[in-house]
Design a protein around this ligand. Structure first.
Ligand code: CTP
Length: 398
């Protein structure tokens, strides 16, 4: 798949650098030639010798001298590649890239290249969540840099959260996908997913049984077809997919704001189980059994995010898809819902407890479009996702 592709692999300084050795193998297995570049910090974690032994060629480091420069200057080095990959991309390397610095070999190559750039960030969770890294990430995305990961999990520093470098297999997959493209390459798609939590007081909330499984599978399937997916998720019980832009929210109102901020998109898929109501007034301190007696909860209606986007004039996505969770008269209720919400398609399913669909691995959906209702046989949520993604690609003329 990557036959004859030349990939310049910049290995930054982080504990994840050891995974880049495996990445070289994975890329070679797919037929690519890997030209390794090791930063000064990277050399604290892996040796030039292991990189060059695996890559089967010279590794370029900051220490390369004038003779090397005569052999292959940094401009030529970065331009002779088909793709530049930075793995691990540390917070520092990302900051340098975003700021346009060129004070060592890696940053100079990144400034000099006219080829696509893909980064696999890896850092401590607090560094990943730091506003400076957030800003840099935005800048890099705006510059067209593709980002894979990071994943969530336990970290070498003992903390837990997003910051682990994506696995070599995932990075290789993203690279291959980038070269091959896909029917949705260049398209931006929004997917909402998971439940929302509506606070009652600081420790209690109202939620629902959505696991986020169907929305997650759909986001993954759309990304697999090459789309840039903005994945707005409530507190789901399944982790978000790789290779999508993840925006985490808790309440319906936060979800609405995140959705608005993600526009414009080519298609909006609303798979979240949004709470219809929130507390009219969330208590700012914990309700006490002894002091407050039996609470009376007063509700207020949440904004209907789907209806809001479907009803937009200018800036409305070309395709708006809603989901309908019903427990009886599925087709009739879902058809009415499609009209009421003004969306193009409704994916309806029967969530009565007997079906085991909500929170389960399978789904039996009815797709309702302006051409009527189409019942799909019961199948895995991943398969539903793949078929829906293919239909979406078809509808967008991709
Ligand atoms: N939805 C939304 N915002 C809301 C409620 C629902 O965006 N505040 C979206 C869901 O993501 C889904 C669709 O609307 O795509 C239908 O959700 P559902 O809960 O089935 O519909 P309701 O509006 O709650 O209708 P009803 O209570 O009559 O079933």
């Amino acid at each position: 798949m990557l036959a004859d592709k030349r990939i310049l692999l910049i290995v930054g300084g982080g504990i994840a650098a050891y995974k880049s050795l495996e990445l070289i193998r994975r890329l070679q297995d797919r037929g690519a030639q890997v030209v390794p570049v090791l930063t000064r910090a990277g050399a604290q974690f892996v040796t030039p010798l292991s990189l060059s032994a695996l890559a089967g060629r010279k590794v370029f480091t900051d220490l390369f001298d004038l003779t090397d420069e005569a052999e292959m200057g940094h401009i030529e080095l970065s331009r002779s590649a088909d793709l530049v990959v930075v793995a691990p991309a540390t917070a520092d390397l990302m900051a340098k890239m975003a700021g346009g610095h060129a004070d060592d070999l890696a940053s100079t190559l990144l400034m000099a290249t006219d080829k696509p750039v893909l980064i696999a960030p890896a850092m401590n969770v607090r560094m990943w969540e730091h506003p400076a890294t957030r800003r840099n990430l935005e800048t890099l995305r705006g510059d067209g840099v593709r980002v894979v990961g990071p994943n969530e999990g336990g970290m070498a520093c003992g903390e837990f959260g997003p910051g682990r470098m994506a696995e070599p297999g995932e990075i290789a997959e993203a690279i291959a996908r980038g070269f091959v493209g896909g029917p949705l390459a260049g398209r931006r798609v929004l997917v909402t997913s998971g439940p929302t939590h509506e606070p009652i007081d600081p420790v209690r909330y109202i939620a629902n049984r959505s696991s986020g499984a169907q929305g997650t599978a759909l986001a993954r399937a759309l990304a697999d077809l090459g789309a840039h997916v903005v994945f707005v998720t409530g507190p789901a019980s399944v982790p978000p997919p790789e290779g999508v832009e993840v925006i985490r929210v808790e309440t319906a109102r936060e979800m609405e704001a995140a959705v608005r901020a993600a526009l414009p998109v080519d298609a909006g898929i609303f798979a979240a189980a949004v709470a219809d109501w929130r507390m009219a007034e969330a208590h700012t301190s914990k309700l006490k059994k002894t002091r407050d007696g039996l609470p009376v909860l007063a509700f207020a209606e949440n904004p209907d995010i789907l209806a809001g986007v479907a009803g937009m004039g200018e800036g409305r996505p070309g395709l708006v898809v809603g989901f309908a969770a019903e427990t009886d008269d599925v087709v009739a209720h879902a058809t009415a819902k499609r009209d009421r919400k003004g969306c193009d398609w409704i994916v309806a399913n029967d969530v009565s407890p007997a079906t085991g669909i909500m929170g389960g691995a399978e789904n039996a959906v009815v797709l309702i479009t302006d051409r009527g209702a189409e019942a799909w046989e019961r199948m895995g949520k991943d398969e539903v996702a793949r078929r829906l993604a293919a239909r979406i690609a078809q509808e967008l003329g991709a």
